[in-house]
Structure formats: structure tokens, C-alpha cells
Design a protein around this ligand. Structure first.
Ligand SMILES: Nc1ncnc2c1ncn2[C@@H]1O[C@H](COP(=O)(O)OP(=O)(O)OP(=O)(O)O)[C@@H](O)[C@H]1O
Ligand SMILES: [Mg+2]
Length: 390
């Protein structure tokens, strides 16, 4: 492996020195330059310097307090020095920093304080992972479906929403993050691989490997299946960030069934989602739980993206939608009608509701898919071109 040329950017002088010792200690890389200031514009003298040094990797330290300068620098460096890989170094206790760093274009997010081994592994991943997941076209959007309370219908909604998106747009993935993955049952599929396999192979992931972990449903929907025993997962939050970053580069829409899993992985995936669909029933216990889940998922600015979906909905005299919004603290996005026999027969037979078209409940899922995608560029464009041909 040829020696990698590394540039370190860290505002904190101690951290800068530590990183330099670690990089030089890997013996596969050497520090070409260490900078204290995060570049803020393309005119920053560090940019031409980076070109002159032929840097292979830029390590950007993302401080816990005030990470924005570092995050802006990552985005700038991805634009100005696209041939150089950017690794973010930061805290694992801050899912928002991980998500922001990946969105800004960081290839890896490495925990601080790092060890020589962490860096060495990341450097080896960089030189072995030449083939990239395809990245043409707009980045895909992630929609996460999570329960306010166990058994509220998250899996039913995730499966049918994914099928509705697939038939309207194609190139859709469903990812099963539930503690026990039921999506294979709903879709009547046998899945040779699961999310855990994808996470284990992240270091060598490319388009074809990612596709090989997916199980294909007859209409084209691709499933990344979930756990078949309730052992839990020891994957790090940053590994989920990386997996979903790759998925969003590959698929147009990614629907996540988190069901009743309320842990750091769900919180992180919720943070990187366009919308989190919080599934509740219109009763006191369910809406009380919903308000707790909103608080758990939505730190600071993220609360807005959590929307309420009322499942098994029927009109109750004296119950108003605004009551559900007040009780849960989330605005109402959609209602799915209560149709116990149709829904449980669909699950038992492994023939999803969306395949039994023209029912009221299938219309509800198509409407939900349309509501979630109405502002997307290509959806708007196709509506416009239809209009033009009339
Ligand atoms: N709209 C609906 N109308 C009637 N029954 C429904 C509806 N949606 C779901 N159900 C019923 O609720 C039960 C739970 O559904 P599902 O498995 O989708 O829930 P879940 O929230 O994912 O459960 P878990 O918490 O175990 O992951 C099913 O038996 C199903 O029949
Ligand atoms: Mg479920």
C-alpha cells in the first residue's frame, strides 16, 4: 500500500498534536500538513495547498461545542478538493454531528479519541474500497416508520408505503430495523442476508455488494431484511449512518421499519430521515406514548420532521384531530382506516394490502406516498409534463 498523504484540520492544538502522532503511528500514512483554521471559502489559502500536497485524506476534527465551522469546511473541501477523501473525527454521543458530517460528504466518521488501529483500519478501507456506490441523480430520501406503542401498525405501514412508492417511482428499498424483523413475513420472502450482514461488510461496500444483500419482491421493491432472532445489535451508531448514507446514494426512496425499537440507532436514522412517521392509535395511552417518543427522537430542531400517523382510525364522536396533535406534540400527517380482517389476512397470507388494489386501505397508502413525495423535483416535473401533453 503506497504511503497516504494526510492533512489534519483541528482547531484545538492538543487534538491536532494527538492526531498527528496517531497518523504517523499507522506507518501507512504521514502528516503532510496540520492546520488550525477550518477553511470557510474557496479562496482560503489551504485549498491550493491541498492540491499542491496531493493529499489523499483530510482529517477534520469536529468539536462538540460549535461544530458548524468544521461541518462547513467538510462540505467546502468535498467541492473544492473532490479527489481527496474527508474523514470526520468526533464524538459518538452526538448523532446529529454524525449525520451532518456524513451529509456534508465525510466518507468516514471516526470516534474521538481515536486509536492508531481505528485510523489504520479507515486508511485500509480507503485503499481497498475503490469502487463506489453510484451517486448520480439526486440523493434518495429516507422515511422512518416507528411505533408510539408496540403493535400500533408500523410494519404494516412501512411495507405498504414502500410498495406504494415502488409502484409510483421505482428504485425503492425497505430496511427492517425492528428488534425482530417481520417484513419478510408480510412480503412472504426468504431473505438470505440481513442488515447485520450489510453492517459487517460496510468496509467493502459498493453498488453490487449492496444489491446482493437485498431481497427482491415481485414488484421490484428491494428489502434489506431484519433480525431473525431478538439478540439485539452491537453495531455502532456511526455504522448505521454510513449504511444509510450509502443507501440514499443508491435508492430513490428508503423506507425504514423501526417498529418498536427505541434506541440510538432509531434516533440516528430518524435524524437523517426526511420524515419520521410516528404510528399511534387515537387513544390516551397511545398518544401519551407518542409524546414521549417525539421527545426521544426529536432533539432541538428535529422535532418538526416527526409526524403523526393515526392507524386503525375511525370517527369517534367528540374526538378531534387537534386533540391528537396536542396530546402527542406532533402534527397529523395521515390517517389509515381500521380494517382488521383485511389487514390481518394480508399479513397471514403474505400478500400485502397494496397488492389487493382498489380497496379503501390501499388508497390510503397511495395517498400517504403521494403526500410524502409531492415536493420532490422529479414528481413535480412529471406532473408538469403531463399537463403539457394535454
Ligand atoms: N389499519 C389497520 N386496521 C386494523 N388492524 C390493523 C391495522 N394495522 C395493523 N393492524 C393489526 O395490528 C397488528 C400489528 O400490526 P403490525 O405487525 O403492522 O404492527 P407493529 O406495530 O409493527 O408491531 P410490533 O410492535 O410487534 O413491531 C396486526 O395484527 C394487524 O392485523
Ligand atoms: Mg413490527
Amino acid at each position: 500500500m503506497p504511503e497516504l498523504s494526510v492533512v489534519i484540520i483541528a482547531g484545538d492544538s492538543e487534538q491536532r498534536a494527538v492526531l498527528q502522532v496517531l497518523v504517523d503511528g499507522t506507518s501507512v500514512a504521514r502528516t503532510a500538513h496540520a492546520a488550525a483554521n477550518y477553511p470557510a471559502a474557496a479562496t482560503d489559502p489551504l485549498i491550493p495547498r491541498m492540491h499542491a500536497l496531493h493529499a489523499d485524506v483530510i482529517l477534520v476534527d469536529v468539536p462538540i461545542e460549535n461544530p458548524s465551522a468544521a461541518l462547513n469546511a467538510i462540505e467546502l473541501l468535498r467541492q473544492e478538493v473532490p479527489e481527496t477523501a474527508v474523514f470526520a473525527i468526533g464524538s459518538m454521543s452526538q448523532p446529529q454531528s454524525i449525520v451532518s458530517a456524513m451529509r456534508a460528504g465525510a466518507r468516514e466518521y471516526i470516534e474521538r479519541p481515536s486509536t492508531t488501529t481505528d485510523l489504520l483500519e479507515a486508511f485500509i478501507r480507503l485503499s481497498t474500497n475503490q469502487r463506489k456506490v453510484k451517486r448520480d441523480g439526486p440523493r434518495g430520501k429516507v422515511f422512518t416508520v416507528v411505533n408510539a406503542k408496540g403493535g400500533s401498525g408500523a410494519t404494516t405501514i412501512a411495507v405498504n408505503l414502500a410498495l406504494a412508492l415502488q409502484s409510483a417511482h421505482s428504485n425503492v428499498a425497505l430496511v427492517d430495523l425492528a428488534p425482530l424483523g417481520h417484513t419478510v413475513l408480510h412480503l412472504n420472502l426468504k431473505a438470505p442476508f440481513t442488515v447485520a450482514d450489510a453492517i459487517r461488510n460496510l468496509h467493502r461496500m459498493d453498488s453490487s455488494l449492496l444489491e446482493s444483500f437485498m431481497t427482491r419482491h415481485s414488484g421490484g421493491l428491494q428489502l434489506l431484511a431484519g433480525a431473525s432472532n431478538p439478540a439485539g445489535s452491537d453495531a455502532a451508531t456511526a455504522e448505521y449512518a454510513r449504511l444509510f448514507d450509502l443507501m440514499a446514494g443508491h435508492f430513490r426512496y428508503v423506507v425504514v421499519d423501526a417498529s418498536s425499537r427505541l434506541d440510538s440507532a432509531t434516533r440516528l436514522v430518524g435524524n437523517l430521515s426526511e420524515t419520521v412517521l410516528l404510528v399511534a392509535h387515537a387513544d390516551v395511552a397511545s398518544l401519551w406514548s407518542a409524546s414521549r417518543v417525539v421527545q426521544f427522537l426529536g432533539e432541538n430542531s428535529n422535532r418538526e420532521r416527526v409526524k403523526l400517523v393515526l392507524n386503525r382510525f375511525r370517527k369517534i364522536p367528540g374526538f378531534h384531530e387537534s386533540d391528537a396533535e396536542t396530546a402527542s406534540g406532533a402534527s397529523l400527517l395521515w390517517r389509515i382506516p381500521n380494517q382488521y380482517f383485511a389487514v390481518s389476512a394480508a399479513i397471514d397470507r403474505g400478500v400485502p394490502l397494496m397488492q389487493q388494489n382498489h380497496t379503501e386501505i390501499a388508497r390510503a397508502f397511495n395517498g400517504l406516498a403521494a403526500a410524502l413525495t409531492q415536493n420532490d423535483d422529479d414528481v413535480k416535473r412529471s406532473a408538469w409534463s403531463l399537463f403539457k401533453t394535454v
